[in-house]
Design a protein around this ligand. Structure first.
Ligand code: PLP
Length: 381
């Protein structure tokens, strides 16, 4: 759909096309980020562009340790952290470390479309756990119990969630942990929770995200600065290993080794030096609150159903009954609103709209959306 957006922009002019496909944040990074880039470019330190260790420089790990000690409410040390090439790099490194061929990994539909490919990278099998619009896209513990078996090695959870924008409740996470603890004991080997928290700081005002470390020993968090600092192209993130996990040193060591042998070697060195200068600053996250509200108000006006998003910069509404998903998205595109069909996230009958733009851009799109939606409604059988 992004390619279609580019083609339409070429034909009709970029200003006319409202592209809501990709989660490539348009709210600029904070000033502190540019200042740090300039400062670091001017530093003249021997080997400052040379190799680091596979785990990454100490100072940025200390910065992330402080940040996540607060988020997780558990004391995390620099020794619990491995710096990675973004969150995608973090997830791949974890999977490389914990999986053997034929292991199973549970992912939760609708899901970030790249997870099955990551799992395939390591010759493991993807098992899809479905969630329901009617259950606010929360994980159902009974359904989870049915898909777990002795082959299950890991589950990937993601909150705030791409594509729905939903935040998992702490109860959902606790119920999930209870099932996985029981099953791990029954099968005599741990099932890892990989908590993809790439959007953990992109939340609406007052929204609290889940904590995992206190509730489940075999857990790791995958994170990056891609979304909350608006620097996805710079490829910097980390894995945080649960500091409460007994014997975690071997896991951290193995993760750092995987980082190296997968060809990443280690994370981006310039950004290792940027992190202590910038974090915990974020880009202007509250602008997404405004953009989110503009779309939710529009959907309420048009009678479009959706589960209220509380984080990330996505919303995942229902396509009105009697309208084919692709025909809907095509008609919207012909009328200059570019969306992603739900089947791209293994959930047909929905569309994902990414509003990672400042509110002034969204305001310009609202009347165009109204016209496009009126056209799409004519498809109704
Ligand atoms: N996980 C989710 C849920 C995402 O939406 C994305 C990117 O869109 C990633 C991981 C990858 O993040 P990064 O660009 O930091 O590798």
């Amino acid at each position: 759909m992004d390619n279609l957006a580019q083609a339409l922009a070429k034909e009709h002019g970029g200003d006319k096309i409202h592209n809501f496909t990709i989660g490539n944040p348009r709210v600029p990074p904070p000033k502190a980020y540019k200042d740090a880039l300039i400062k670091i470019a001017n530093e003249d330190i021997p080997l400052c562009h040379g190799y680091s260790s596979t785990q990454g420089d100490l100072k940025p790990r200390e910065t992330f340790a402080t940040l996540f000690s607060e988020i997780q409410d558990v004391k995390i040390g620099a020794e619990d952290i491995v710096l990675t090439s973004g969150c995608a790099g973090a997830i791949n490194v974890v999977l490389r470390t914990v999986l053997s061929p034929m292991d199973e990994v549970v992912i939760v539909a609708p899901y970030f479309l790249e997870y099955p490919f990551y799992i395939e990278n390591f010759h493991a099998t993807t098992v899809v756990l479905d969630t329901k619009f009617e259950e606010n896209w929360q994980i159902n513990p009974e359904a989870l119990e049915k898909v777990v078996n002795p082959q299950t090695r890991a589950i990937i959870i993601n909150s705030p969630h791409n594509p729905t924008g939903v935040v998992l409740t702490q109860k959902t996470v606790n119920d999930m942990c209870a099932v996985l603890k029981k099953k791990s004991e029954e099968y005599g080997r741990p099932i890892y929770i990989i908590s993809d928290d790439v959007y953990c700081r992109v939340v609406g005002a007052g929204v609290k995200t889940h904590q995992i470390f206190k509730h489940y020993d075999y857990s790791v968090v995958a994170y990056s600065l891609s979304k909350d600092l608006s620097i996805p192209g710079e490829r910097i993130g980390c894995i945080i290993v649960n500091p409460l996990l007994q014997g975690r040193e071997l896991l951290v060591h193995s993760l750092a080794h995987a980082n190296e042998i997968m060809g990443f070697v280690h994370a981006n060195r310039v950004h290792m030096r940027i992190i202590p200068e910038v974090v915990p600053a974020t880009s202007d996250i509250h602008l997404y609150d405004e953009s989110r509200k503009l779309f939710c108000d529009l959907f309420d006006e048009l009678g479009i159903q959706y589960v209220k998003p509380e984080g990330a910069f996505y919303v995942f509404p229902k396509i009105p009954d009697g309208i084919d998903e692709w025909a809907f998205c095509e008609t919207m595109a012909k009328n200059f609103i570019i969306l992603v069909p739900g089947s791209a996230f293994a959930k047909e009958g929905f569309f994902r709209l990414s509003f990672c733009k400042p509110p002034e851009d969204i305001r310009k799109a609202l009347p165009v959306f109204r016209t496009a939606f009126a056209e799409a409604l004519k498809l109704k059988k």
